[in-house]
Design a protein around this ligand. Structure first.
Ligand SMILES: [Zn+2]
Length: 328
C-alpha cells in the first residue's frame, strides 16, 4: 500500500525509477501482443466482396469419364489452427487424398497424398511444419493392387506443391507434373514450401497455360481435355502456384477441388479465414484468398450441382467413390 501514499504524478515517479518503468512498459507490450495473438484465433466472420459468377460453363464429359478418391492418410491438426473460431479441443484428421480422373483421352491424378517416403520427406521441413501423421496406403500401391498400369496416368495436377499434396510423386516417377509457367518458376525458385518437391530429383514437368476465358468468376481458365470435363483456374492466394480444379461428370454432378484455399469446410461455410499466424507463416496473399473464397461461395450458392472440396476435409470427399469404385 506504500504506492498509494506516493502522491507524485506517474511521469515523475517513472523518471525516478527508469528500470522499473522500462520493465512495466515491456510487460504491458508483451500482454498487448499476447492479447492480439489470442484475438487472431477468436471467431470472426469474414466479410467478402460480392462477386458475379455468370452462367454455368458448358461441359460435355464423355460417358466413360469418372472420378475416384484415393485416401493415403491423415495428419492431426486442432480446428483452432484450421479456421478462426475453431476449438483447440476439436482435433481434425486432415485428409491427404488424391482424386483419380478417368477419361478416354487419358487419366489424371489431382494431388498425390502421402507417398511411401513421407517420413523421410518431412525431415526436409522446418520442425513447426511437421505434424503427427498416419500413413495409409500410398496411391501407387492402391493402383498397382487393382492392376491399373501407372503409365495410364498422363499427368498429375497438384492443387499446389506443398509436401502433403505431392509426397506421392516419389512413387510415381515418369508421370509428368502439370504446372503453369508461373508455377514452374515458383518451384524453381526453391521458395519456402517447395522443399519436398525439389528434394525429389528427377521430376518431369508439363506446362499448361491459362488460354481459356473466365470460369465461374475466375478470370482465366485452362480446359484440360477441351470438353469442359476438367477445367483449371488460378487461385494464387495460399501459394503462388495454387489452383482450383473444376470437374464435371457425365451425370451433371460437378466438383471444385479447392486445394488449401480453406483447410476445412467450416472456413467456406462461416466464412472464416485461417488464423493470422498460420497465414503469415505460410506467406498467403490474403486479398487473393478472399476473392477466391467469395467466388467459390457464390458458385456453390447459385449452382447446387457443384460441391466444393477443401483438400484436407475428409467429410467433403464422402460423395466420391473410393478407388477402384467410380463416381460418374
Ligand atoms: Zn495442404
Amino acid at each position: 500500500m506504500a504506492n498509494s501514499k506516493d502522491a507524485r504524478p506517474l511521469l515523475q515517479r517513472m523518471r525516478h525509477n527508469p528500470i522499473r518503468s522500462f520493465l512495466a512498459l515491456a510487460a504491458i507490450l508483451v500482454l498487448a501482443a499476447a492479447a492480439c495473438l489470442a484475438w487472431s484465433f477468436a471467431p470472426a466472420r469474414l466479410e467478402l466482396p460480392r462477386v458475379e459468377v455468370g452462367a454455368l460453363p458448358a461441359a460435355s464429359p464423355p460417358p466413360g469419364m469418372s472420378i475416384s478418391a484415393l485416401p493415403t492418410g491423415t495428419y492431426e491438426t486442432p480446428a483452432a489452427l484450421a479456421f478462426r473460431g475453431g476449438s483447440w479441443s476439436d482435433t481434425r484428421a486432415f485428409a491427404a487424398t488424391g482424386i483419380l480422373v478417368r477419361h478416354p483421352k487419358g487419366d489424371l491424378l489431382i494431388d498425390t497424398g502421402f507417398g511411401k517416403n513421407v517420413d523421410r520427406q518431412l525431415a526436409l521441413l522446418p520442425s513447426y511444419q511437421r505434424s503427427t501423421h498416419h500413413l495409409g496406403v500410398p496411391i501407387a500401391r492402391q493402383l498397382t493392387a487393382a492392376r491399373m498400369p501407372l503409365h495410364d496416368i498422363m499427368g498429375i495436377i497438384p492443387t499446389h506443391t506443398h509436401w502433403d499434396h505431392i509426397s506421392g510423386m516419389d512413387d510415381l516417377h515418369g508421370i509428368p507434373l502439370m504446372v503453369t509457367d508461373a508455377g514452374h518458376r515458383f518451384i524453381a525458385s526453391r521458395a519456402k514450401g517447395t522443399e519436398v518437391l525439389n528434394g525429389l530429383g528427377d521430376v518431369q514437368y508439363q506446362q499448361y497455360a491459362y488460354n481459356g476465358g473466365s470460369y465461374l468468376g475466375f478470370p482465366q481458365s485452362h480446359d484440360v481435355y477441351g470438353d469442359g470435363a476438367v477445367v483449371i483456374v488460378p487461385a494464387p492466394g495460399h501459394t503462388p502456384d495454387s489452383i482450383v480444379v473444376f470437374v464435371t461428370l457425365p451425370s451433371g454432378k460437378r466438383y471444385a477441388f479447392l486445394g488449401d484455399l480453406v483447410w476445412q469446410t467450416d472456413g467456406l461455410r462461416i466464412p472464416a479465414e485461417k488464423p493470422w499466424l498460420l497465414r503469415r507463416l505460410i506467406g498467403e496473399n490474403y486479398d487473393e484468398t478472399r476473392i477466391d473464397l467469395a467466388r467459390i461461395r457464390a458458385a456453390i450458392a447459385r449452382y447446387p450441382q457443384l460441391t466444393a472440396v477443401p483438400a484436407h476435409d475428409g467429410r467433403a470427399f464422402r460423395s466420391i467413390a473410393l478407388y477402384p469404385a467410380k463416381t460418374r
